[in-house]
Design a protein around this ligand. Structure first.
Ligand code: MN3
Length: 202
């Protein structure tokens, strides 16, 4: 059973003006589709075929560049689409909010830490909010399509929120203004989904 490009739960223009429709369309139908196809090609006929993406990434041979890049790309974008929602207005509450305040002192300080992780990731990569067993949360970032599930990545726990900071994610609308794109992302986070992932992973 090959991996399939997941459908978006909303229209390409639904995140405007925070993320423009053209960027969303290219990002999903070209970039994410490419990672999906390349992942399927990379695992075809190997013992990875038929395994879950989480299983593949958790037990990854980091020297396997094709699976590292495309498996990461497949997983990271699938998470990214789900942690955004045009109808949620970024309401953070409950146990996740408590964990964030415990770790960072306030929601604003967490946003600053997340924006810094996204803004200082040199070149291409992702910013993450992760949860460790027991519920402690941590902000970090990874290079290229790496993610916190992969072995030896300097970023631990289960990813529950991720932001793509590759230029393809924002350049059409924001050009070199990555910090503006990061701030716009805060407007479209689906905190219900992030909280669901927190409860499942903690
Ligand atoms: Mn991308």
């Amino acid at each position: 059973m090959a991996f399939e490009l997941p459908k978006l739960g909303y229209a390409y223009d639904a995140l405007e003006p925070n993320i423009d429709a053209r960027t969303m369309e290219i990002h999903h139908s070209k970039h994410h589709n490419g990672y999906t196809n390349n992942l399927n090609n990379a695992i075809a006929g190997t013992d990875l075929e038929g395994k879950s993406i989480e299983d593949i990434l958790t037990n990854l041979d980091m020297n396997n560049g094709a699976v590292r890049n495309n498996g990461g790309g497949f997983y990271n974008h699938s998470l990214f689409w789900e942690v955004m929602n045009p109808e949620e207005k970024g309401y953070l509450s409950g146990e996740l909010k408590d964990a964030i305040v415990d770790a960072y002192g306030s929601v604003d300080a967490f946003k600053e830490a997340f924006a810094k992780a996204a803004g200082t990731r040199f070149g291409s990569g992702w910013a993450w909010l992760c949860v460790h067993k027991g519920g402690k949360v941590e902000v970090c970032s990874t290079l290229n399509q790496d993610n916190p599930l992969m072995p030896g990545v300097s970023c631990g726990g289960a990813p529950i929120l991720g932001l793509d900071v590759w230029e393809h994610a924002y350049y059409l609308n924001y050009q070199n203004r990555r910090p503006d794109y990061v701030q716009a992302f805060f407007n479209v986070i689906n905190w219900n989904e992030v909280e669901r992932r927190y409860a499942e992973a903690k």
